[in-house]
Ligand binder design. Structure first.
Ligand code: SF4
Length: 256
């Protein structure tokens, strides 16, 4: 696979006219997924070459992974203006491109560094806190992006999230957890399915619709199914009861 085969700039993106930095490295091995390119990455045309990249590469080596044997890319590959953190809109727009990239690169496992990468691999509709998710192993689904044909063969990939190395530069006390997470990832520890993205109680239509959205997010993330408890039917609309029934009978999260 050559870099020229990787998908590039897209139409209708909310990051127009910004420099693009494609992923780089070895296919068919571990993949590191970051946030978005910074100024130094734009100059050199390669992701993770600044100070944060040095921290990442040194930690990989210390955990027994050669940086030459990994593939490194970002959730959003165009640099947002003013080096801003990509928004949920940017992440969503770039998710189809990322899905194509992962399908081409065929990584054996993924390390998502930072909240943007975590939100991206989960395909969540709101930003996910890295402190809540870091260090857990879970499966992510690729090759079946909603925007592409559902006839495609999908692939589940073992994934762990941890802090972004830039966070380690800001707060060195995070390094211990960061290094432990990468060590765990390097050893392919078995995933622990901990599917709770959020907890909510619904007693009206608005709450029920929010719950349905949460079920969709958990279902898309491929990490399990949500726990649902119902006390009374009177406050819930019939559509919500259908969802509960589907969960009980199949044991899988699905929305009908
Ligand atoms: S940020 Fe992503 S979606 Fe937007 S133009 Fe760049 S590659 Fe395309």
């Amino acid at each position: 696979m050559s870099r020229s085969q990787l998908p590039g700039r897209c139409k209708d993106c909310p990051i127009p006219e910004q420099p693009i930095v494609k992923g780089s490295g070895t296919a068919d091995g571990p993949m590191i997924l970051g946030e978005a390119p910074g100024a130094q990455e734009v100059v050199r045309g390669v992701p993770f070459v600044g100070q944060a990249g040095k921290v990442l590469r040194a930690t990989l080596e210390a955990c027994g992974i050669s940086p030459d044997d990994v593939y490194i890319t970002n959730s959003v590959i165009c640099r947002p203006a003013g080096n801003a953190t990509p928004t949920i809109n940017h992440i969503e727009c770039c998710s189809e491109r990322l899905d194509k990239e992962v399908t081409l690169v065929q990584p054996t496992k993924i390390l998502a560094v930072g909240s943007v990468a975590l939100t991206s691999v989960l395909r969540a509709s709101k930003s996910q806190p890295i402190t809540k998710w870091r260090g857990r192993g879970f499966w992510t689904d690729w090759g079946k992006h909603p925007a592409t044909s559902d006839s495609q063969q999908g692939k589940r990939i073992y994934t762990i999230a941890t802090y972004h190395p830039a966070a380690i530069l800001r707060d060195p006390e995070l390094f211990r957890d960061f290094a432990n997470d990468i060590l765990k990832w390097s050893k392919n520890d078995h995933p622990q399915v901990e599917p709770i993205l959020d907890e909510l109680y619904c007693s009206d239509l608005k709450g029920a619709l929010k719950a349905i959205k949460l079920i969709q997010e958990v279902s898309m993330s491929g990490i399990g199914c949500p726990k649902i408890r119902t006390r009374s039917r009177t406050a819930c609309p019939s559509s919500f009861l259908l969802v509960c029934w589907s969960l009980r009978s199949s044991g899988k999260a699905s929305v009908t």
